[in-house]
Design a protein around this ligand. Structure first.
Ligand SMILES: O=P(O)(O)OC[C@H]1O[C@](O)(CO)[C@@H](O)[C@@H]1O
Length: 528
């Protein structure tokens, strides 16, 4: 395509939202214009399905749940008065709790006010709050946030060590929709132990964000925690950033959550328009569909050219992959759908893997996230007439061009600045694009049956470990792996038993392994 044709294509496909100062450019995706007509019937169905979902239809058939994250930013859309009231009340409670915490009206027994937040959660109960904290927390926030988002003991120790002197003034948010996720439970137990070691009463510092009646909800009530905020049944983990999950932490950090909600609401209105060319989420879904032939054949590389948006690709990884990565479609056919997402930030990645993107295997399409404003205040010139921000902008444009010249397609999303409003809008944009794409390829974007298999297998391994310990405690002599497996009535589990033993030994858990660890059959195990 010559420069004039390309410029025309850019103008033809450019989407601009005046209120949000938001641009979307899909002109560098090499689809033919007639694909739009071909896709039209699918989009009509997708728009209808999305409208039904927003009106309160059961959109998650296996779990018989409504999908209502859109109501969070426009409670008037909630399908009944009770739901609307729940949303409004939660927002009021967040505002009043934040005020009490910031003014010190609610303070820990041993300090005049809370100084830090420790957020414990995983997946959708961590990624949104982490992304928003990195993107929007002021440089001197009223409270500093820290995260435990794993059951890695070293990771937990690191966070607790960083907090040490601040523990007496730390507010702990335990976030889990189900209230039973083991990693989050473990984080809570470890944090409780740290409080106990410092003779601090955990309940005076603890807040739960969880589903009504969950085991976490019950613990919080029984132990008399400071507060509990609801995680509604009709909000999925990966779309929960604009519920109490994300909003409480954001508000405590001094982030303008009303502006986040307003940005999301404005983007929701824009992405509700049932016309492909005038709906940025539909344009995104269309571009994804084209890129991967509706089968996810190409990975989505997301590069924000702004440090504060570093975690956006990680956030999107869950939103896109947990929603779309499905073995079966809604009719039960095996489809193995999904779109792989990865990315970090520009221009940093240009000095890492962009070499492969420019010249190597063509298994991806790019999404550039561009932020127009460089910084607040003036910039120094790093060369005559040129600033660091000019470099960042030039590198983005240059990379987009260089990739296109080598048949690498890209989408460019442009926002004016990183603000609560634009971040709210970005979240809403991708939530809707994922929902529409799910309808286009006929998968249930609102469940995650695949993650259960790993959880069940892990539970079985921990069960086997308990049995291993029991047998060893009752056995005075040493045993080979085969003997031990025999006694456990698990002769086909020798590899698992070997790995359990290796881990127990490395952590001085009361067992002795003798022999050559490189030759498992030579090993003998006994009580230490
Ligand atoms: O908020 P919960 O229930 O602890 O779940 C955390 C995450 O785990 C998952 O259920 C997957 O295992 C995600 O969908 C969810 O965001």
């Amino acid at each position: 395509m010559d420069a004039a044709t390309l410029w025309q294509r850019y103008q033809d496909w450019l989407y601009y939202h005046e209120g949000l100062g938001f641009y979307l450019d899909i002109s560098r995706m090499r689809f033919e214009d007639d694909l739009v007509a071909t896709m039209q019937p699918r989009f009509e169905c997708a728009f209808q399905a999305m409208a039904a979902l927003e009106a309160g239809a059961i959109a998650n058939p296996d779990e018989q749940r409504q999908v209502g994250h859109y109501w969070l930013r426009d409670p008037d859309l909630a399908p009944n008065a009770d739901l609307k009231q729940e949303i409004v009340e939660t927002l009021e409670e967040i505002a009043s709790f934040t005020q009490k915490i910031h003014t010190g009206t609610l303070h820990p027994p041993q300090a005049p006010r809370f100084t830090d937040i420790l957020s414990v959660g995983i997946g959708g109960s961590a990624l949104g709050p982490q992304f928003v904290a990195a993107a929007l927390a002021p440089t001197a926030p009223p409270m500093q946030i820290h995260f435990i988002d794993n059951t890695d003991p070293t990771g937990i120790d690191r966070v607790l060590t960083q907090l040490q002197d601040h523990l007496p003034s730390t507010l702990v948010l335990i976030i889990s929709k189900s209230g039973g996720t083991p990693e989050t439970r473990n984080g809570m137990v470890e944090v409780k132990a740290a409080f106990r070691d410092r003779h601090l009463d955990f309940a005076d510092h603890a807040v739960a964000i969880t589903g009504k009646g969950s085991s976490l909800d019950q613990i919080a009530t029984t132990e008399g925690w400071l507060a509990t905020f609801p995680m509604h049944d009709w909000v999925g983990g990966r779309t929960s950033e604009l519920s109490a999950v994300g909003l409480l932490a954001a508000s405590l950090q001094g982030i303008d959550i009303s502006a986040m909600l307003a940005g999301a609401k404005e983007m929701d209105a824009a992405t509700r328009v049932p016309e492909l060319r005038h709906n940025p989420a539909a344009l995104l879904a269309f571009a994804w569909y084209f890129a991967g032939n509706g089968r996810g054949e190409k990975d989505m590389v997301v590069l924000p050219y702004k440090d504060s948006l570093l975690l956006f690709s990680r956030y999107l990884q869950q939103l896109v992959m947990e929603s779309l990565g499905k073995e079966k479609d809604l009719d039960g056919n095996i489809v193995h759908q999904g779109i792989a997402v990865y990315g970090n930030k520009g221009s940093t990645d240009q000095h890492a893997y962009v070499q492969q993107l420019r010249e190597g295997v063509l298994n991806f399409f790019m999404t550039f996230i561009e932020v127009l404003a460089d910084r607040q205040g003036p910039s120094v010139e790093v060369e005559p007439g040129v600033t660091s921000g000019d470099y960042l902008s030039g590198l983005l444009q240059g990379t987009r061009q260089a990739l296109y010249e080598n048949d690498r397609d890209s989408i460019t999303v442009t926002i004016p600045q990183v603000t609560p409003r634009s971040v709210g809008a970005l979240i809403a944009l991708y939530e809707r694009a994922v929902g529409l794409y799910g309808f286009l390829v006929n998968v249930n974007a609102y469940h995650q049956p695949g993650v259960e298999a790993g959880k069940k297998a892990a539970a079985a391994i921990l069960d086997l470990q308990r049995q291993v310990m029991q047998v060893l405690q009752q056995t005075p002599t040493s045993l080979t792996l085969a003997d031990l497996a025999e006694r456990l009535a698990a002769p086909d589990q020798q590899e698992t038993i070997y790995k359990i033993l290796r881990h127990l030994q490395a952590n001085q858990r009361g067992i002795k392994l003798e022999g050559n660890p490189g030759h498992p059959t030579s090993l003998k195990v006994s009580r230490a």
